[in-house]
Design a binder for this molecule. Sequence first.
Ligand code: HEM
Length: 361
Amino acid sequence: MTAADPYPYYEALVAERPLYRDDGLGMWVASSAAAVTAILEDTRCRVRPTAEPVPRALVGRPTGEIFSRLVRQNDGARHASLKPAVVSRLEAFDIHRVARERARALVEALAPHRDPARLSDFAFRLPAEAVASLLGAPEDLLPSVAQQTGALVGGFAPGATADSIALADSAARHLLDLVRSLPVGGDDHHRTGDASNDPGAMIANVTGVLVQSYDATAGLIGSTLLALARHADLRLAVPAVVLEVVRHDAPVQNTRRFVAEDGRIGGVDMRAGDAILVVLAAANRDPAVNPDPAAFDVTRADARVFTFGVGPHACPGATVATTIAVAGVQALISAGLPLDGLAGTVTYRPSANARIPLFGG
Ligand code: HEM
């Protein structure tokens, strides 16, 4: 995902090929609101290929141990038993206060308003530090938690190199130790009600919450700054801008599914083993659900948003993410970040599914 503007392409997909087999990619591609919804709500479409529940390169390693237990990477009974425990922990977060405090502390530590090259550091550290702080991590450990979360995310990325996986393993060990020492990570066995009776499941999933928060929320902060640079009249309406950025310039552009049994899905015949690229960012731009979808309009009523997923795996962290992004952007603006030149310096970090602007390169 490095294209400066993938949206005209997505809009053509929605109009002309809402669900088609792409022989170059070797996958189905779903882009319209109807096709994306049909696939994400179909229990025959799984988050992992049946034959490879954990990516081969991660099997038998600490990174793979976490991966195999994540609510994000499991379906069926295991997913159903873990998700309520993850959701209830996130609902208990006092996110507004902590997000504002961390944002102010990081602005002070990094002074990103004086050098746009430091904005990325700010955008990546803020979500990880805010979430770690909410989980009860002591303040002096927050910078290293953020760094290790970044390393673990690198190991999970499709096509991660052997070096990134080795770094991720070391980060995984540190993060698991830290989570075990927190009140939220202790005695997990009883509190999860986990049908699979896996004592490490909640510890892995608390670590997973850090992972899930990281890239996407950094992307949301960066893309909101860009939107504000382009729409100077909206600088006092940061919360509304964040919500429209979520739809208009989705920080998670796509997700994947893998078909578990032959059948008709989204109106086409699919075979067990088929892979599907589900283009969430295109569905947000489907005129059938969001009229005049290319317009950046913070006053949209009833916008349909696919960025946080749909169906059983929908993101439980949407409010946490938007609250952190609002706090981060407001702290930068209050510190005097000059927004005007930002759009001219932007590039996008290479990633299979996240859209993360980098500034000042
Ligand atoms: C802008 C920021 C974020 C975006 C765009 C985002 C997007 C998503 C999407 C699209 C999924 C579903 C993937 C799929 O169905 O294949 C997901 C799942 C998940 N997200 Fe987020 N997320 C964000 C931030 C967060 C945060 C801050 C947290 C936690 C604090 C979080 C926790 C989770 C978890 C635990 C799942 C797995 C849910 C499941 O599989 O049932 N996310 N997220």
